[in-house]
Design a binder for this molecule. Structure first.
Ligand code: TEU
Length: 539
């Protein structure tokens, strides 16, 4: 689409590298595994048709937090492959028109990173100031009351020097000190060098957490179900200095042509998510919208969430929606519905792929992979292990990709690093590919329709009023083209007064394209062509 940057019209597919495909039988997914499955994603008959992949971190890492604990930003983790493998992956993707986004963890490193090993060795070490070190307030008392996102104090005392270091997440993920210009230069250079390597952009982990208040002021307290949520996070994240880094990263990205910066702005204030987009041209290109993913199964809830974002977003900024990622219970299970879960998943897919904005899919979402119950002995996620059995961890959404039935589910010939979910015997790519009624076929059809329909790719969004409760209806318009999307969130028929006063025809429906009635079937998702240039019609 001339004049429109690729990332606005792209469908992005998130690959959790450990979980996608294992090429060497060690039980863990790897880069060659991704290369071997590119036909599934794009460029072959029957491909899903996505435009970009986002890979969870592939840098060298002890993998104690799924790669979000980097020990060398300039090399590839050997369990994932070599630099040559990564070169081959990027080239192979580009040959088939698939862009590659990598995760970039700027906020913290692994405690096994040589920088941190040096930093903790003595107060005088030249790397000391690369991390955030402070004296406690007295014996056993950390510098302040800040909590880690993963709970507990955000400060860990290091016996060697008697000082505390700050960690926004887990203790083995010490925060870099972004107030040190040397840290900033190094990390921005890391970004530059991967762009020069040829990646098309970054997903920026915890980008609003780079800076903390210099005076370490305590956060005011508020009611909350757990200690982290019982603080108003005025001082430990979303400081103005992090916005400046976003702007600097944007300048670097823009200097390399059309690249994308997708920010994980982790905050319970949606305004923060907007702040990182600036006016739409001067900070990040996209940022995750957490309110959308927190919605329960409710047409009204999603409708309100979308309308809020549409109203608040600056004109030049662009929305970005997702329902699943590597930190969340899988939407198939989260959105409920019991035996209607797959029917709901189809409605949710239609919503995600027809809203104005860039949609992000998570591997296996298109197959209807459920949240898996990983037994305690097999848990890998440090959060899952820490809070078991009180809180569900993140392993349930990270189980191996279900390529086919049988041992290893086509993911590995060895012993998978997390158990394959039992649903793999029926719910897998091989079985769903040939089944026109499968969720996979529905995703493929929606992506194809989206690619072929400018109104769905770049058109304006307007919610349609006067619809029954349980129906989320909106139109997307571009020039003369008008597409109407009707999503029935209920398990009953819903009659819609379309008031189109023009002819319309069904482009796609969960219930077949002969669905021309004004009533929606239970859990029907229907996409209509309702062109503006046609005369009075049939509706
Ligand atoms: O996540 C940020 C984050 O804090 C949450 O998504 C978190 O996983 C959730 O609240 C569980 O408690 C990012 C990454 O997406 C996540 O995988 C990493 O573990 C985390 O940062 C640390 O790098």
């Amino acid at each position: 689409m001339p004049g429109t940057p690729w990332w606005k019209t792209a469908v992005i597919y998130q690959i959790a590298v450990s979980s996608f495909a294992d090429s060497d039988g060690d039980g863990r997914g790897d880069i060659r595994g991704v290369i071997e499955h590119l036909d599934y994603l794009r460029g072959a008959p029957g491909s899903l048709g996505v435009d970009a992949i986002w890979l969870t971190p592939v840098n060298r890492s002890p993998l104690r937090d799924f790669g979000y604990d980097v020990s060398d930003y300039r090399s590839i983790e050997p369990r994932f492959g070599t630099m040559n493998d990564f070169r081959e992956l990027v080239d192979a993707c580009h040959e088939r028109g698939l862009r590659v986004i990598t995760d970039l963890v700027l906020n913290h490193t692994s405690d096994e990173h040589p920088w941190f090993t040096a930093s903790r060795s003595s107060r005088e070490d030249p790397r000391r100031d690369w991390y955030v070190w402070r004296d406690g307030r007295g014996p056993g008392r950390p510098p302040n009351r800040w909590r880690a996102v993963a709970e507990g104090s955000a400060w860990a005392r290091d016996p060697r020097t008697g000082q505390y270091y700050y960690h926004a997440f887990l203790p083995f993920q010490p925060d870099l000190n972004w107030r040190n210009p040397a840290v900033q230069d190094e990390m921005l250079d890391v970004a530059r060098s991967w762009l020069e390597f040829g990646v098309d952009g970054f997903r920026l982990d915890l980008i609003n957490h780079l800076y903390e208040d210099e005076r370490l002021r305590d956060n005011p307290l508020k009611p909350g179900v757990r200690p982290y949520l019982a603080q108003r996070h005025l001082y430990d994240h979303s400081q103005p200095e992090s916005l400046e880094v976003a702007a600097r990263l944007r300048a670097i990205a823009d200097a390399h042509g059309e690249r994308v910066l997708l920010g994980e702005v982790f905050s319970d204030d949606w305004q923060d998510c907007l702040d990182y987009l600036g006016d739409g041209t001067d900070r990040l290109h996209l940022s995750f919208y957490l309110d959308f993913v927190r919605q329960r199964w409710s047409a009204r809830g999603f409708h309100d969430s979308v309308d809020w974002l549409e109203e608040q977003l600056p004109r030049a900024a662009w929305p970005c929606y997702y329902l699943d990622n590597h930190d969340l219970p899988r939407s198939l299970s989260r959105l409920g519905g019991g035996r209607h879960a797959l029917a709901r998943a189809k409605v949710a897919a239609a919503m995600l792929l027809t809203l104005r904005g860039t949609p992000i899919l998570y591997y296996g979402q298109e197959l209807g992979m459920p949240e898996s119950r990983v037994p305690h002995a097999a848990l890998d996620d440090p959060i899952g292990r820490k809070f078991w059995p009180l809180r569900v961890g993140r392993d349930g959404c990270r189980t191996p990709m279900q390529w086919r039935s049988g041992p290893g589910a086509g993911f590995t010939t060895g012993v998978p690093w997390l158990p394959v979910d039992p649903s793999a015997s029926t719910r897998n790519a091989a079985a769903e590919t040939g089944d026109p009624a499968s969720l996979l076929s529905w995703y493929r059809d929606l992506i194809a329709l989206r690619s072929a329909t400018p109104a769905l790719r770049i058109g304006e969004y307007r919610a349609l009023p006067g619809m029954p409760r349980d129906v989320f209806a909106f139109e997307r318009t571009d020039g003369d083209e008008r597409v109407v999307v009707l999503l029935n969130f209920s398990g009953s028929r819903r009659r819609c007064d379309l008031r189109l006063h023009r002819s319309w025809r069904t482009l796609l429906s969960t219930h077949g394209c002969d669905a021309e009635s004004a009533a929606l079937a239970p859990y029907e998702a229907r996409v209509l062509d309702a062109r503006l240039h046609e005369g009075p019609g049939t509706a």
